[in-house]
Design a protein. Structure first.
Length: 170
Protein backbone atom coordinates (compact mmCIF):
# COMPACT_ATOMS: atom_id res chain seq x y z
CA UNK A 1 0.00 0.00 0.00
CA UNK A 2 1.10 3.40 -0.69
CA UNK A 3 1.18 6.34 1.71
CA UNK A 4 -1.60 8.85 1.35
CA UNK A 5 -0.55 12.09 -0.27
CA UNK A 6 0.44 14.73 2.25
CA UNK A 7 -2.11 17.36 2.99
CA UNK A 8 -1.64 21.11 2.82
CA UNK A 9 -1.53 21.35 6.61
CA UNK A 10 1.21 18.76 6.85
CA UNK A 11 3.33 20.71 4.40
CA UNK A 12 2.81 24.00 6.35
CA UNK A 13 3.82 22.38 9.64
CA UNK A 14 7.01 21.00 8.08
CA UNK A 15 7.97 24.39 6.59
CA UNK A 16 7.35 26.21 9.87
CA UNK A 17 9.55 23.75 11.73
CA UNK A 18 12.35 24.29 9.19
CA UNK A 19 12.14 28.11 9.46
CA UNK A 20 12.29 27.95 13.25
CA UNK A 21 15.43 25.81 13.05
CA UNK A 22 17.11 28.05 10.45
CA UNK A 23 16.59 31.40 12.25
CA UNK A 24 19.44 31.93 14.75
CA UNK A 25 18.74 33.40 18.15
CA UNK A 26 20.36 36.74 18.98
CA UNK A 27 23.48 36.45 20.97
CA UNK A 28 23.71 38.21 24.36
CA UNK A 29 26.40 40.55 23.04
CA UNK A 30 24.14 41.68 20.21
CA UNK A 31 21.38 42.62 22.68
CA UNK A 32 23.84 44.63 24.76
CA UNK A 33 25.01 46.48 21.67
CA UNK A 34 21.43 47.31 20.69
CA UNK A 35 20.68 48.57 24.21
CA UNK A 36 23.84 50.70 24.22
CA UNK A 37 22.92 52.27 20.89
CA UNK A 38 19.38 52.99 22.12
CA UNK A 39 20.83 54.59 25.25
CA UNK A 40 23.15 56.80 23.20
CA UNK A 41 20.25 57.92 21.02
CA UNK A 42 18.26 58.81 24.15
CA UNK A 43 21.21 60.65 25.72
CA UNK A 44 21.78 62.88 22.68
CA UNK A 45 19.12 65.52 23.48
CA UNK A 46 19.93 65.41 27.19
CA UNK A 47 23.63 66.03 26.56
CA UNK A 48 22.74 68.85 24.14
CA UNK A 49 20.62 70.58 26.79
CA UNK A 50 23.30 70.20 29.48
CA UNK A 51 25.97 71.52 27.12
CA UNK A 52 23.83 74.51 26.17
CA UNK A 53 23.29 75.37 29.83
CA UNK A 54 27.02 75.18 30.49
CA UNK A 55 27.79 77.43 27.52
CA UNK A 56 25.10 79.90 28.61
CA UNK A 57 26.49 80.06 32.16
CA UNK A 58 29.95 80.81 30.77
CA UNK A 59 28.66 83.57 28.51
CA UNK A 60 26.66 85.15 31.35
CA UNK A 61 29.75 85.15 33.59
CA UNK A 62 31.73 86.85 30.82
CA UNK A 63 28.95 89.43 30.39
CA UNK A 64 28.96 90.23 34.11
CA UNK A 65 32.73 90.68 34.08
CA UNK A 66 32.55 92.95 31.03
CA UNK A 67 29.71 95.00 32.54
CA UNK A 68 31.77 95.51 35.70
CA UNK A 69 34.76 96.66 33.64
CA UNK A 70 32.54 99.00 31.65
CA UNK A 71 31.10 100.58 34.81
CA UNK A 72 34.62 101.09 36.15
CA UNK A 73 35.78 102.71 32.92
CA UNK A 74 32.69 104.90 32.53
CA UNK A 75 32.52 106.09 36.16
CA UNK A 76 34.72 109.19 35.64
CA UNK A 77 32.81 110.18 32.52
CA UNK A 78 29.47 109.74 34.32
CA UNK A 79 30.72 111.87 37.22
CA UNK A 80 31.80 114.60 34.79
CA UNK A 81 28.41 114.44 33.09
CA UNK A 82 26.57 114.74 36.42
CA UNK A 83 28.73 117.69 37.48
CA UNK A 84 28.13 119.37 34.12
CA UNK A 85 24.38 118.87 34.50
CA UNK A 86 24.41 120.45 37.98
CA UNK A 87 26.44 123.40 36.70
CA UNK A 88 24.21 123.79 33.65
CA UNK A 89 21.08 123.80 35.82
CA UNK A 90 22.63 126.28 38.25
CA UNK A 91 23.52 128.72 35.48
CA UNK A 92 20.10 128.47 33.85
CA UNK A 93 18.31 129.50 37.04
CA UNK A 94 18.28 133.17 37.92
CA UNK A 95 20.36 134.17 40.90
CA UNK A 96 18.69 134.40 44.30
CA UNK A 97 19.29 138.16 44.54
CA UNK A 98 17.67 138.80 41.16
CA UNK A 99 14.69 136.65 42.09
CA UNK A 100 14.31 138.47 45.43
CA UNK A 101 14.38 141.87 43.65
CA UNK A 102 11.63 140.79 41.28
CA UNK A 103 9.65 139.34 44.18
CA UNK A 104 9.94 142.61 46.16
CA UNK A 105 8.63 144.59 43.18
CA UNK A 106 5.73 142.18 42.54
CA UNK A 107 4.47 141.73 46.12
CA UNK A 108 1.30 143.58 47.15
CA UNK A 109 1.69 146.30 49.80
CA UNK A 110 0.43 144.18 52.71
CA UNK A 111 2.55 141.08 51.84
CA UNK A 112 5.87 140.37 53.58
CA UNK A 113 8.62 137.89 52.79
CA UNK A 114 9.04 135.58 55.80
CA UNK A 115 11.87 133.37 54.46
CA UNK A 116 13.74 132.44 51.30
CA UNK A 117 15.75 129.20 51.11
CA UNK A 118 17.53 127.27 48.33
CA UNK A 119 17.20 123.49 48.71
CA UNK A 120 19.96 120.98 48.08
CA UNK A 121 18.34 120.19 44.73
CA UNK A 122 18.51 123.87 43.70
CA UNK A 123 14.84 124.77 44.19
CA UNK A 124 13.94 128.06 45.86
CA UNK A 125 11.42 128.03 48.71
CA UNK A 126 9.66 131.25 49.68
CA UNK A 127 7.33 131.85 52.60
CA UNK A 128 5.25 134.98 52.13
CA UNK A 129 2.82 136.36 54.70
CA UNK A 130 -0.27 138.11 53.30
CA UNK A 131 -3.75 139.00 54.49
CA UNK A 132 -5.29 137.88 51.16
CA UNK A 133 -3.53 134.91 49.48
CA UNK A 134 -5.61 135.29 46.30
CA UNK A 135 -4.36 138.85 45.84
CA UNK A 136 -0.79 137.58 46.36
CA UNK A 137 -1.21 134.80 43.76
CA UNK A 138 -2.62 137.28 41.23
CA UNK A 139 0.28 139.69 41.76
CA UNK A 140 2.84 136.91 41.32
CA UNK A 141 1.19 135.63 38.12
CA UNK A 142 1.72 139.00 36.44
CA UNK A 143 5.51 138.50 36.47
CA UNK A 144 6.79 135.89 33.98
CA UNK A 145 9.49 134.51 36.31
CA UNK A 146 7.35 134.50 39.44
CA UNK A 147 4.38 133.03 37.58
CA UNK A 148 6.22 129.69 37.51
CA UNK A 149 6.25 129.47 41.33
CA UNK A 150 4.12 126.60 42.61
CA UNK A 151 2.25 126.79 45.87
CA UNK A 152 3.31 123.94 48.14
CA UNK A 153 1.32 124.88 51.24
CA UNK A 154 -0.24 127.55 53.37
CA UNK A 155 -0.98 128.08 57.05
CA UNK A 156 -2.85 130.65 59.10
CA UNK A 157 -0.95 132.65 61.72
CA UNK A 158 -2.22 133.96 65.07
CA UNK A 159 -2.65 137.50 63.73
CA UNK A 160 -5.15 136.25 61.06
CA UNK A 161 -2.64 136.37 58.22
CA UNK A 162 -1.88 133.51 55.84
CA UNK A 163 1.68 132.30 55.20
CA UNK A 164 1.89 130.90 51.67
CA UNK A 165 4.80 128.58 50.81
CA UNK A 166 5.95 128.81 47.19
CA UNK A 167 8.52 126.66 45.42
CA UNK A 168 10.39 126.88 42.13
CA UNK A 169 11.11 123.83 40.05
CA UNK A 170 14.58 122.42 40.54
Amino acid sequence: MSAPPSSLIDRLVRRTARVAQVRPKLAVADIRLALALAGLVALGPLLTIVGAHMLRAGVEADNRALASQLRTRNAPQAARGAAAAVLRDATRQPALAATLDRLARALPDDARLVSAVRDADGALLFEISASDPDLLRGALRRDSLLGTLRESGQRRTQDARVVVTLRTRA
